[in-house]
Design a protein around this ligand. Structure first.
Ligand code: PLP
Length: 384
């Protein structure tokens, strides 16, 4: 027992701080979620286009499949025997659409913990936005690069750092790491300005995570990089497929040299069984559908603008300019109370606490999907 005591005490501490986490079981149907017999509008989903909830799409996909092609395991890394046609087909779709090479990964987390250590050596400095996702932090920690974080979304601070490190002869390359839309604040990087900045510093390469931009932004849904017309200016354009894309995995859009390099150097790609071919076939199916879903993107943008303004008008602080809309309250306990209250009113939003967000910035995090209706949001705003 004494060895377990140590962990039990830590858990008690988390409970006292209101930061203890546990799984909740749920059932989902369309835009609703049921937890312990309470059915609520799901405002905590990453299914931004409602595609994971779409039974018709699922049916259509299943109708295209022959049993020989329904493979639930690739049984191997892609470098051994796991490289099924479904992988190449989806990479070709990505590559054709984005206009550069594409490479797939088992998850967004794998992608971020794998690419950065592969690319960055001790002659590299990584400059990362203060609020980048934990997976990028872990990737940076696994690398041998030096690293400095710049103040969130502060391109002036980044410019100062670029100036400083550009003159350092020990440093051969600078990799700037950021997200396009930030997962917890729902605000976004000015990608056009970032690209302009990069162009002034020739040692600099850009790494941008579009986990929350893919599917949602740009005419074809290729993300903020499409929206701001900088698709070919971002050296490492990465994203996750488990959110708007209703699937699983991660991708990079990059030069073919980088693709070959990652295939040779990236450990999570080399040493992990590739995703099931059926998942890749589904990703390809969804991706090609997603390209023409302007209507859903438009609706989501309108709902997001409505809620951003309404939250501010209610007197809350929210930095959001996207479909991810946090209502920042400060204390963990306050965020938990607020979440409990809106859940009682029929809206499922979740509290987000440290260490996911900085101390004293606990919040109710609302993420909208294109399935949400205006009148539902009006009711939500009333009970805020
Ligand atoms: C969700 C997320 C990831 C992780 O992607 P998974 O496919 O869920 O592992 C990576 N980066 C960002 C910014 C994310 O929001």
């Amino acid at each position: 027992m004494s060895l377990l005591n140590h962990y039990a005490e830590q858990l008690d501490q988390l409970k006292q701080q209101g930061n203890f986490r546990q799984f909740t079981s749920n059932q989902q149907h369309g835009r609703f979620i049921t937890i312990q017999d309470r059915t609520m509008l799901n405002l905590a989903s990453n299914d931004y286009l409602g595609l994971a909830a779409d039974l018709k799409l699922r049916e259509e996909f299943l109708d295209t499949l022959k049993i020989e092609r329904i493979l639930f395991s690739s049984s191997s890394s892609r470098l051994l025997t796991g490289n099924f046609a479904e992988y190449e087909q989806f990479e070709n779709s990505l590559s054709k659409t984005f206009g550069r090479a594409a490479l797939l990964f088992n998850s967004g987390y794998h992608m971020n913990i794998g690419i950065l250590p592969a690319l960055a050596d001790s002659k590299t400095i990584i400059l990362a936005d203060k609020l980048v996702h934990a997976s990028m932090i872990d990737g940076i920690r696994l690398s041998t690069a030096q690293y400095v974080r710049y103040r969130h979304n502060d391109l002036q601070h980044l410019e100062q750092l670029l100036q400083k490190y550009h003159h350092d002869e020990q440093i051969e390359r600078v990799i700037v790491v950021t997200e396009s839309i930030f997962s917890m604040d729902g605000d976004e990087t000015d990608l056009a300005a970032l690209v302009q900045l990069k162009q002034r510093f020739h040692k600099t390469m850009l790494y941008v995570d579009e986990a929350h931009g893919i599917g949602v932004r740009g005419k074809q849904g290729l993300g903020c990089a499409e929206q701001y017309a900088v698709l070919d200016q971002i050296d490492f354009l990465v994203g996750a497929l488990g959110k708007a894309m209703a699937s699983v995995g991660g991708y990079i859009i990059c030069d073919s040299i980088i693709r070959d390099y990652l295939i040779n150097k990236m450990r999570p790609l080399i040493f992990s069984t590739a995703l099931p071919p059926i998942s890749m076939a589904w990703s390809d199916f969804i991706f090609n559908k997603m390209l023409s879903m302007q209507q859903q993107r438009q609706h989501l943008a309108e709902m997001s603008q409505y809620l951003q303004h309404a939250v501010i008008e209610k007197g809350f602080y929210s930095p959001s300019s996207s479909h991810i809309i946090p209502i920042i309250v400060g204390e963990s306990q306050a965020a938990i109370e607020k979440a409990k209250y809106v859940q009682q009113q029929g809206f499922y939003a979740m509290p987000v606490r440290p260490p996911t967000v900085p101390q004293n910035s606990s919040r109710l995090r609302i993420s909208l999907t294109s399935l949400v209706q205006k009148k539902e949001l009006e009711q939500l705003v009333e009970c805020l």
